[in-house]
Unconditional design. Structure first.
Ligand SMILES: Nc1ncnc2c1ncn2[C@@H]1O[C@H](COP(=O)(O)OP(=O)(O)OP(=O)(O)O)[C@@H](O)[C@H]1O
Ligand SMILES: [Mg+2]
Length: 277
């Protein structure tokens, strides 16, 4: 379900067209190769969980999906447009359809919660009343309406992460990129964040690419669904997983796994077995 008005500069994409396509993408820094020949897709409504050891290139991959970094070779398409070759002005329009939750949340310390969450709308010079209303709506989604006038320093780590999610969803994006949204949080707070990711997945069917270091979070997301009536997540029956949620695993610059939860947990690959144990 598309929630955002399509920016006039961009052609509409068909409902079956993949939201993200990486085609033989390679990138490195100062002659140090990071990602080598990576190809995968994110289809409409899919959640792809990206795993891999520290420093393997997960954040770099996410930044390329938002056009913040460009590959050395290969092509990246988002909403059917080749973003790896797009001029900056056109990227700006495309980014209004992408929400990004940066690793560590990355809120502006000097701005109130209201201005952090409404930042993108302020950049678009939307009317103040519209910004106020949409900020409250986005904060309501993360159950933090009461923090609108506070500053990031007055919030707990988990609350800051929820504000970062509110900021990412305020444009009602068609794609959300989450970079380690539970990194550094305790297990209980992590679960509240994963529940929000699940709510976005199961209520709005937003496509997403989610990086996590916490396997526990990945498997909770894959094995539960969000119930709108109870406003809580619920486990799927034993052995079942959400068909729209699947995995990508990076190791040593390569994509070493691209498939379902079932195939990941039953893999015989020695690296995957060790990584998941
Ligand atoms: N702007 C940059 N300039 C130079 N090197 C970079 C840059 N960004 C990332 N790198 C390097 O690319 C590699 C991958 O970094 P990246 O941040 O994507 O790792 P990651 O998988 O997200 O790690 P973590 O799990 O710790 O978040 C690292 O070796 C990093 O030092
Ligand atoms: Mg990272």
């Amino acid at each position: 379900m598309s929630q955002a008005a399509i920016a006039p500069e961009l052609k509409p994409n068909s409902p079956d067209e993949p939201v993200v396509v990486f085609e033989n993408v390679t990138i490195g820094f100062e002659n140090k190769p990071v990602l080598n020949n990576i190809s995968f897709t994110v289809k409409p409504g899919e959640t792809r969980i990206l795993l891999g050891p520290a420093g393997v290139g997960k954040s770099v991959l996410l930044k390329m999906a938002d056009g913040l970094m460009r590959p050395d070779s290969g092509r990246i398409f988002v909403f059917g447009e080749e973003i790896s070759a797009m001029p900056e002005e056109q990227l700006f329009a495309l980014r209004s359809r992408i929400g990004i939750v940066f690793q560590e949340g990355a809120l502006f310390d000097s701005l109130s919660v209201r201005n952090n969450v409404g930042y993108r709308l302020m950049e678009e010079h939307r009317p103040e009343e519209e910004i106020d209303q949409r900020v409250v709506e986005a904060l309501r989604f993360v159950e933090l309406e009461q923090t609108v006038d506070r500053f990031p320093s007055q919030l707990s780590g988990g609350m800051r992460r929820r504000v970062a999610i509110a900021r990412a969803i305020i444009t009602k994006p068609d794609l959300i990129l989450y970079d380690s949204p539970t990194g550094g949080l305790d297990p209980i707070t992590s679960t509240t964040i994963i529940e929000l990711v699940m709510k976005q997945r199961d209520v709005y069917h937003t496509s997403s690419l989610l990086v996590t270091h916490r396997l526990q979070d990945a498997f909770v997301l894959a094995s539960h669904i969000f119930n709108r009536k109870t406003n809580k997540m619920e486990p799927l029956p034993e052995g079942q997983s959400d068909p729209q949620t699947s995995f990508l695993v990076l190791n040593n610059g390569k994509l070493v796994f691209d498939g379902s939860t079932h195939d990941l947990v039953h893999s015989d690959d020695p690296f995957l077995k060790e990584y998941l144990s």
